[in-house]
Ligand binder design. Structure first.
Ligand SMILES: [Zn+2]
Length: 209
């Protein structure tokens, strides 16, 4: 059986994969139907919580083959119980050591949340509103800081900062919103980090925690 790689090794693999992607090199292991060893079981090396945005295909941007990434995608890469449960499942069942919360530039869900600050009468369906509400705390704090310090708030810059604030909030919620994950992090069995994908350049920047 495949061994569990350390979080640091997996992180280096993801960074190298993103470099290959940016360099537009063909993967050495192209996506295909599952090879025989993958039919019976999976052993993903990383868990990625990303946004549903069509421009952020996780396996492609990290140039990873089938079976390497356990991916959860939801608009705004928010943390709700089902996301935490999915991550607990993968971390416990497969022993995967690295979780990456992956936000991205020009995120529609974050922008939708920012728009509710600009226009409080903005209406979203209750279901979409539930996503916006989970993004709101990070954006709201940022809004207070920026309106206190800047005469004029640049919306694009605000959304950029809100994307990173939202990633950091999701990382924090994962670290502290689950007893299982918190224990794994405390014992050094799990690393949870944030990252941001730049749609214009293809680069993934890993954020300092
Ligand atoms: Zn998005």
């Amino acid at each position: 059986m495949k061994e569990n790689l350390s979080a640091q090794t997996v992180l280096e693999n993801l960074k190298a994969g993103n470099e290959r992607y940016m360099a537009n090199l063909a993967s050495t292991k192209p996506l295909t139907v599952a090879p025989p060893e993958l039919v019976e079981e999976q052993k993903p090396s990383a868990i990625i919580l990303g946004c549903s945005d069509a421009r952020v295909p996780v396996e492609l941007i990290f140039d990873q083959p089938l079976g390497e990434l356990f991916v959860i995608r939801v608009a705004g890469n928010i943390i709700a119980p089902s996301q935490i449960g999915s991550i607990e499942f993968a971390a416990e069942k497969f022993g995967t050591r690295l979780v990456v919360v992956l936000g991205h530039s020009h995120c529609g869900a974050v922008t939708a949340c920012v728009e509710t600050l600009i226009n409080p009468d903005q209406y979203y369906s209750p279901n979409l509103q539930s996503i916006v509400d989970r993004i709101r705390p990070s954006v709201y704090n940022l809004h207070e800081i920026m309106t206190a310090s800047d005469a004029e708030v640049d919306i694009d810059e605000f959304v950029n900062r809100a994307v990173r604030a939202n990633v950091r909030m999701s990382v924090s919620q994962l670290k502290h919103g689950s007893r299982i994950l918190e224990d794994m992090v405390t014992h050094g069995d799990l690393t949870i980090i944030g990252a941001e994908y730049d749609i214009a350049t293809g680069r993934v920047n890993f954020l300092d925690s």
